[in-house]
Design a protein around this ligand. Sequence first.
Ligand code: HSE
Length: 333
Amino acid sequence: MEVRVQLFGFGNVGRAVARVLLEKERFFREKYGLSFRVVSVSDTSGTAWLPEGIDLKEALLVKENFGRLSAWTNDYEVYNFSPSDAVKEIESDVVIDVTNDGNAHLWHLEALKEGKAVVTSNKPPLAFHYAELMGESEKRGLPYLFEATVMAGTPIIGVLRENLLADSVERIRAVLNATTTFILTRMEQGVDFERALKQAQELGIAERDPSGDVMGIDAGYKATILHCVAFKPITFDRISVNGIVEVTVDEVKRALAKGRRIRLVATVEEGKVTVAPEEVTGPLAVSTNENVALIESDLLGGLLLKGAGAGLKETASGVVSDLVKASLRLMEG
Ligand code: HSE
């Protein structure tokens, strides 16, 4: 089956998604019988649209050489659509959102109303509008998938939404932000906060505006999403968030001397979500770009999920996995 895809966001993650679609074209065809035709690609400069399918190799070249899709002149028309217009004007089966658009829930809803499945790595729509988005997706019978919003491609959302269906989750304890783990790890080695943050930015782990990482907002969005999936809908403004801004090298080293590590820990229980720096030992003491989640439930007991929580191909893993899942569901009708 051929699946028509609209890709919104052509920054680092969007380009990583495009690369996976290009490089694994044969894999998707042979393994699932799926071929993806990307009919539009949008960045903040415009939307390249070609119903016959965009040449992703060329799109990557244009973006990498000129920094914006609107620089594309030969063969391609670049339109000045708002995301809502692009969703309404362009025919497609699946909308992928890998932008940071805080108002994206509006065009996610439009997409569902237009009969399109949605795949996203964008956190605020879910952290603020989960109930509405899920309601619309259920009403329309269309997939709304968001694996890459939490722990990149490490499949915690899939485990909670599609497995563990007989279990009642009691609690999740998790380290969900790679930037803060990276910074705290560097502080253990004596590097001060500012320098460690700069290194995290250079490695592309931190968000474009890293204040959301260090203030705990990114982890808070993710913990909110976990609560929605494991228990019931809640919104980000109802949870408690403390970041790592006030953690000092001295505190980090004192913890280390006791065999402990300071990490930004999310605790998710029914009706209560907190994110705060804590001294931890054992599995929660992750390093580098790893995330970890310990899911405690009545039947299974404790389930530990640990894997990449940030990174470009690691995030593309979650996004493209959802694209395959959405396509297979559409194929089943
Ligand atoms: N800035 C995020 C992090 C990237 O550090 O975990 C993945 O959401």
